[in-house]
Design a protein. Sequence first.
Length: 118
Amino acid sequence: MKSILILGLLMGMRHAMEADHLAAVASLATRGRGVRGTVLRGAVWGLGHTLSLALAGGACLLLGMAIPERVARMLELAVGVMLLVLGAEVLWRLHRRRIHVHVHRHGDGTVHLHAHGH
């Protein structure tokens, strides 16, 4: 039992580092200006994610069933739509704050992209 829980934790951590999760968390983390709000928003997102997985997984285990393929595809589609909405919201915030990117050169010859707003 302990091995299964550790395996589940490791798989969950791997899953949390996938591109869709990183994009969602990054868009949420850049909404506020303070660390406290960012941490609170991340904690609420993580708790909601964990509870929904625990409820769905627990129901499947208790009922001895799996999520039907059609439902799984619909849930994946909903995640895709949510990521598009989050991405659009980030672009809107960049536009609203008039943030743009340009090449920045240092005296030592180092060149990188620099973003700022006016």
